[in-house]
Design a protein around this ligand. Structure first.
Ligand code: SF4
Ligand code: SF4
Length: 327
């Protein structure tokens, strides 16, 4: 079982999580954070797994992503067979049928930190109903072997990409972008498994990344579905300005200009905020310098950010950050 020598994601920690050793994600034995029928497309029974291998400044689910360091209550360890039974029953309930919930949806945090558990739940669900569909939500930061495993059991994948350039990706997430782009290209070549790529648009931080990302995706396949998500002030960026309507419309226009026919946006634009007047010099691009300054302001010690090589990875001030507001 891959938790005993964990190489599930691109941090390649090699730790034995069954014996209490912790890697960068700091997730030991997989735990469910919460689960519910969820009306957002694809309508599903969504299982949020606790913990994450990224430390994104903009995180919306920071209280479960930064498990076990936030003190937030998790649903905890659940037997895969029990969770499978419960999930199928919920989708078959009157509310589940009215909603049109037709698949299990694994999210987080990052479900990759719990991949063997996810596989076990899917296997149990398919013992009950072999036609059980599964969506896998990912930040893309998994090994090629893990992605092959995911492609093997999923009907659909929702794939978040934050940036094209490494310095911007590191400043936003604490992790390098190379594996994410490699895996995005692989999923793009398996388009029948793709629900959509999702690109969060954070004003002043990754707006300049939209065009190179769109060109990268359009070069693979101009028909790929791409959804731009409007940034809502959150977590370390709780006071940062939200994405405006015009920023979102420009993102879609940029995608069309790059040749992506199937691009659209969603979310709640226009939330108020400010932009700090600081930049960190050890990043190349202005958006990365701004994100680096926000990270530094919340105590991040390694720049360019690299959570895998950081001396603070097990006492990380970003994981301990409590935001001033939630939107
Ligand atoms: S960060 Fe990745 S490789 Fe390291 S323990 Fe967590 S899932 Fe495994
Ligand atoms: S302090 Fe270190 S581990 Fe924490 S976010 Fe910054 S680089 Fe990553």
């Amino acid at each position: 079982m891959s938790l005993t020598n964990c190489h599930l994601c691109e941090w390649h920690c090699g730790v034995d999580r069954t014996k209490g050793e912790l890697g960068v994600c700091r997730v030991g034995v997989p735990q469910v954070a919460s689960r519910m029928l969820h009306p957002a497309p694809p309508e599903s029974y969504t299982i949020f797994m606790a913990g994450c291998n990224f430390r994104c400044l903009h995180c919306q689910n920071w209280d479960i992503a930064h498990f076990p360091d936030t003190g937030a209550r998790m649903d905890g360890e659940i037997e895969p067979a029990e969770l499978a039974r419960e999930s199928l029953a919920a989708m078959d309930s009157a509310y589940g049928r009215i909603m049109g919930a037709d698949r299990l949806f694994f999210s987080g945090g990052s479900a990759t930190c719990s991949l063997p558990f996810v596989e076990a739940v899917v296997a149990e669900a398919r013992k009950i109903d072999p036609r059980t569909k599964v969506n896998y939500d990912t930040n893309g930061f998994m090994t090629e072997e893990s992605l092959e495993r995911v492609l093997d059991f999923t009907a659909s994948i929702t794939f978040d990409i934050r940036a094209f350039h490494d310095d911007v990706h590191r400043a936003m997430t604490g992790a390098p972008v190379g594996p994410v782009l490699r895996n995005a290209a692989l999923v793009a070549r398996n388009k029948e498994k793709l629900w959509e790529f999702r690109i969060l648009v954070v004003p002043g931080i990754n707006e300049a990344e939209i065009e190179p990302l769109c060109r990268f995706l359009a070069d693979t396949d101009p028909t790929l579905p791409v959804c731009f998500l409007a940034f809502r002030p959150n977590f370390v960026l709780a006071k940062h300005i939200g994405a405006s309507l015009s920023v979102m419309e420009q993102a879609v226009a940029t995608a069309h200009r790059c040749g992506l026919d199937n691009a659209y946006w969603s979310g709640r634009p226009g939330l108020s905020g400010t932009v700090i007047d600081k930049r960190r010099g050890d990043y190349e691009r202005d958006g990365a310098r701004l994100a680096g300054a926000y990270a530094e302001g919340s105590g991040c010690v390694t720049h360019p950010r690299d959570c895998g090589a950081c001396p603070q990875t097990h006492g990380c001030p970003i994981k301990g950050h409590i935001p001033v507001r939630r939107t």
